[in-house]
Ligand binder design. Sequence first.
Ligand code: ZN
Length: 78
Amino acid sequence: MEEHQGSLDQRAQQAAKIIQNPASYKVCMGCDSIVASRVTLCPNCHGYRFEDDRNHVVSQARELGSREQHSVIASDLD
Ligand SMILES: [Zn+2]
């Protein structure tokens, strides 16, 4: 349990950052990962279709921040 706690905290912090500034991010339509808006190819599934609607980014960030799942928040990858 405890080793998962850290990654959940990190995830929540990352999600909070995204919610503050959703315009800098977008959501991969292939795997629901959140990536930086400048990314052209998803680092997780190599998809190239993204949803950049701010409301969509914010709701996805809330979901990823509140529970663990396989999708990654890859916003800090260049
Ligand atoms: Zn993806």
